[in-house]
Write a protein that binds this ligand. Structure first.
Ligand SMILES: [Zn+2]
Length: 119
């Protein structure tokens, strides 16, 4: 390593050039220090996005499971034909609940995105 100011060979670990006194930190123009990251801000935004995706995803999984549960339960008793109808009825019955789960995820996500935007 050489001094960027005078070209003097620098001793490893030296803080300044022994010839001209230039600080070693100034030599080579290394990568600029990263700007202070808005860690909290991006964390809020990430949580908001995850929440907006997770809400509907969880609702979809719940609905899928409920449909399959009802279907297999009724199929066991009455066979496949009636099971589809019963499973659909079971799904419709829990639809408000699914809507609430999906909506809650989206609302929480929006709240966090707004909070992230305000920072
Ligand atoms: Zn120097």
């Amino acid at each position: 390593m050489f001094c960027s100011n005078c070209g003097e060979k620098l001793v490893g670990g030296a803080a300044f050039c022994s010839n001209c006194g230039t600080g070693i930190g100034n030599i080579g123009g290394g990568p600029a220090p990263a700007p202070p990251s808005s860690g909290g801000n991006s964390g809020l935004r990430a949580f908001g996005v995850i929440s907006m995706i997770a809400g509907p995803a969880i609702a979809a999984i719940m609905g899928f499971n409920a449909y399959n549960d009802a279907y297999s339960r009724y199929a066991f008793i009455w066979g496949g034909r009636g099971a589809g109808r019963h499973a659909q009825a079971a799904l419709e019955q829990m639809f408000p609940q699914l809507l609430m789960v999906a909506g809650l995820g989206i609302v929480i996500g929006i709240v966090f995105l707004i909070a992230a935007a305000k920072k």
